[in-house]
Design a protein around this ligand. Structure first.
Ligand SMILES: NC(=O)c1ccc[n+]([C@@H]2O[C@H](COP(=O)([O-])OP(=O)(O)OC[C@H]3O[C@@H](n4cnc5c(N)ncnc54)[C@H](O)[C@@H]3O)[C@@H](O)[C@H]2O)c1
Length: 355
């Protein structure tokens, strides 16, 4: 479907004025994208006021007022509101940036993606690791013929349960607002990166556990994965109480002739690798960013990409359909865990496109 270009500056509105809204607002400023700051609405009035004061947005009295007066809207509320707000925004013809997870289930996420597509708007999801230099470089190392095929991957993601510390949120312990625990709320990023690095997951078996006892909020999820191309892998996701550890990932990829590790910072590595011929390398920080610069379609800034896509009248990446693919695997992990780890095939999503 051809999209209609929007004249810059793009008028941007925000629904939700919390942690991630603030991140996107600052990131928009850093990107240098041509935007004008329109409305922000958050039922938490103090948050909306603080966000407006810091960003140059204006506090509006309702969701509808924000949607009415913008070209593009960021949906940065807790998860149970995403689908309802997205439906309103695309019905009004607004371009949408929606935070992950899109929804509680694949079926609802798919409806959202199809509604955005049918409305002919640019849509993007907050699966921001798609623009991380560390993951881009790891993907490059995996794809080089010298590496051989991916044999197996070990993906570990741990953070303190984010109802404390700098998250300062309580809604992440309320299943009616967040949907589930560490896997859906946090590790949907990891599932997306496993698909990006290795490929689609065909079959899996999984367990979840709930140590904290918040109803429906698992704080451990472990999955054994079989990828479509024959590789295997494990995903371990945990929400603990160790505030001395910030959010940390460690990803280890064994190819036939190359071993790759992503650790440290999600964005700036280091990424280290060792080859069968004894050569080894490590890249981090500015050197890592410089190495991936030629591989990027523009920049490492997800918000700049969103605005550019709107102005150019084209699709953005990652779009909502990318999120639907990750939701499929998340749902299958929960289904296996509910069946005490029974192995099951990951069903294909019906990504029938609307033209
Ligand atoms: N992409 C990422 O890396 C990333 C990181 C953190 C959070 N998130 C996602 O972003 C979303 C928000 O998380 P957060 O950490 O910013 O939470 P937060 O608690 O800091 O902010 C959420 C805000 O949404 C507001 N809100 C609720 N319903 C609303 C509505 N109908 N209209 C307008 N505002 C409404 C709340 O009052 C709250 O201020 C969640 O879906 C979360 O999973 C993504």
């Amino acid at each position: 479907m051809t999209l209609t270009p929007t004249t810059a500056p793009v008028r941007v509105g925000f629904l939700g004025a919390g942690l991630i809204a603030t991140y996107h607002s600052k990131s928009l400023r850093r990107s240098g994208a041509a935007v004008s700051r329109a409305g922000v609405y958050d039922p938490h009035a103090e948050r909306a006021a603080a966000f407006a004061a810091a960003s140059g947005h204006t506090v509006y009295p309702s969701e509808d007022a924000v949607i009415a007066d913008c070209d593009a809207v960021y949906i940065c509320t807790w998860t149970n509101e995403h689908a309802r707000l997205l439906a309103k925004a695309v019905a009004a013809g607004r371009h949408v940036f929606c935070e992950k997870p899109l929804a509680f289930t694949t079926a609802e996420a798919l409806q959202m993606a199809q509604a955005a597509q049918a409305a002919g708007v640019t849509h993007q999801v907050g699966l921001v690791l798609r623009r991380s230099p560390a993951y881009l470089w790891a993907k490059h190392l995996i794809d080089e013929p010298a590496a051989g095929r991916v044999m197996t991957v070990v993906f570990r993601d741990d953070q303190f349960i984010p109802i404390q510390g700098h998250y300062a949120s309580t809604w992440r312990a309320d299943r009616s607002l967040v949907g589930a625990g560490t896997l859906l709320e946090h590790s949907i990023h990891d599932v997306d990166m496993l698909r990006y690095l290795v490929g689609d997951v065909r079959r899996l078996s999984a367990h979840t556990e709930n140590f904290h006892g918040h109803d429906g909020i698992e704080d451990v999820a472990t999955a054994l994965l079989r990828f479509a191309d024959g590789a295997t892998g494990t995903l371990t996701s945990v929400w603990h109480d160790n505030l001395a550890r910030p959010s940390l990932r460690r990803v280890e990829v064994f190819c036939e002739r190359r071993h790759i590790v992503i650790e440290g910072d999600d964005w700036f590595g280091p990424v280290t690798w060792t080859d069968a011929d004894g050569t080894a390398g490590s890249l981090a920080d500015d050197a890592l960013a410089a190495a991936v610069a030629p591989m990027r379609d523009g920049s490492d800034n997800p918000d700049g990409e969103f605005i550019r896509a709107i102005v150019e009248g084209r699709a953005a990446t990652p779009d909502l359909f990318t999120a639907v693919e990750a939701h499929r695997i998340v749902d299958a992990i929960y289904a296996s865990a509910a069946a005490d780890g029974r192995a099951l095939d990951v069903p294909a999503a019906d990504l029938t496109t609307v033209t």
